[in-house]
Write a protein of this length. Sequence first.
Length: 708
Amino acid sequence: MNTKPKIKNSENQVEEDRIKGNIEFKNVNFNYGDEEVLENINLKVSPGQTIAIIGHTGSGKSTFVSLLCRFYECTKGEILIDGYNIKDFNLRRLRKNIAYGLPAASMDEVRWAAGIAGADDFINKMEEGYDTIVGERGVGLSGGQKQRISLARALLKNPSIIILDDTTSSLDIQTENNIRHSLDKYFKLSLIYLVTVIINGVCLNIKIKSMTDIGQSVILNIRKDLFEHLQKLPFSYYDSRPHGKILVRVVNYVNSLSDLLLNGIINLITDSFSLIVIIVFMFLIDVRLTLIGLVGLPILVGAAFTIKSLQRKAFQILSSKSSNVNAYIHESICGMKVTQSFSREKENLKIFNELSDNYRKAWMHAIKIQFLMGPFVDNIGNLVVVAVYIMGVAWIANGSITIGVLIAFIAYIGRFWGPINNIANTYNAIINNMAYLERIFETMDEEPNVKDLQDAYEMPKIKGLVEFKNVNFCYDDGQRILNDVNFKANKGESIALVGPTGAGKTTIINLISRFYDIESGEVLIDGVNVRDVLLNSLRKQMGIMLQDSFIFSGTIMDNIRYGKLDATDKEVVAAARVVRAHEFISTLSEGYNTQVNERGSRLSAGQRQLISFARALLADPRILILDEATSSIDTETEMLLQKGLEELLKGRTSFIIAHRLSTIKNSDRIMYIDHGSIVESGSHDELMKYKGEYYDLYMSQYKMLEAI
């Protein structure tokens, strides 16, 4: 909360409502820490002009447009818009942009933007069309479909400037003597009680130390087992749940159990022991008074069970509201750049305030029910003490007991309700944590739908023959993705998969690695069904670079070595050289020991892809899978990369997905996928002669490049 934004509005703001579009960079320099990214940039752009920014991976292209949105401040120089310094514009007015910032857009406007972005066609083919619900980060959409929706979002506001960047006490003496004589016969019992208290204290100290160790061990095992189980769950589990809701179960809910195990269980054991000892002494003093003292317990137990059901439901609701808040915070942090780009801070704050208010209401309701137990215990205790006094005075009057017996018993009855109250509080805590424990076990009970069979065996060393036999596949929503797919890839053959967005290309390579199980048919590698072998033995022989490049926090060296932990530094560097990542890594101040943040926020999209490429290659895979591996790499780097890969691909079966057809022209075989089926298959030359779907796709790209 003490962290102040470095970029904020100036005191003297420009009052212009509509930006015309005159942009000027004057001697602009920019550094990330000590690393210089832009130097002496001078540029003028007139309204209506289209400016293309190109260059090598990591050269500063994205930084250039980030300065224009004031995500960062330039180190030197100034940026002018319509003759005004960009620092004088209101940030919200400057960044005001597209449909994400235009919630009141009409359906016609939305369709118009989607049509321009080429998204209207695939949206209309969905069962619920524009009302289709998509998951966090666009789960359920292919990479291309997400990009088209992002483009439509950008176009909807009809902005003046549009930027497309890779798109949780007092007695008298007589009375005193009477009391002393009455209590003499109980002196030995008092002495025993004193000894018991001392022993209890010693035991308590031992128990605290023991329970702390035991409690932390239990929490460690729960958290370890939960994390281990999460890593076994299939993609579909993560596709259908916001990641913030998963995160709150691993962190917040387990921490709540930690407090219960460390404090609640210890208190329960010591209070139960004290309660038993006190009841024994009460019976030794007077049985009748003891029975009166215990008459409140059945009432208390009945009340506890009544409150329990209400409390459990309330804390289940509270748990759900807490998950919602955490999920929204997680999603908002991940999408902060988009939020600021579209000036959605106020709208997002409204949503967050609504979720927080729902959590507050649920918390207040749960706490009201929780605190019913404490006053109930106190009231029953007071009523029992009143009954003991009434009956005790009556029995003193008829000589059944002495005053000393009554006073001694009253002392014990006071001690009796103390542990009862503590046990009630612990019971409350247990009920509260039951809701959290249910969520944890709900996750632990989630069965991976892709797992090793009981008789699964090690996958032999892969040679490279891959075969699909009558493969049919659909996701959980029942929509068929692949229809009766048949093909065979020979050892060392490079297979390119092309086709329209959402045709099933990525699904095919996911089935080779068995990220999903097929509905029917067989997926064979060297004649072995992938379902019959151990998953680990299968996947460790594959080099996979998926469409979304993920960089973990740590050094660049650690990230490349991720797929082969025993790799030497020389092997890491060699892999980086092959994919042309060594050049940009060498320019960094700490080279391969450079620390990168989670998701590689300090690196450009292209640099992240090159590191992911090196990581895949370092594992020395028998089958290499590249899913849009070069989509964020500039053309020149891609050409150099292709040269380095030619030797690597020799004798290795590879599957390549790319929308740049120039990337896959030299593949041994190209398969055109459409509506989950292989429409065409052959070499580039063969398919060009056939003049079918591939020919049309290739010529459309060629004509587009020619027009440019």
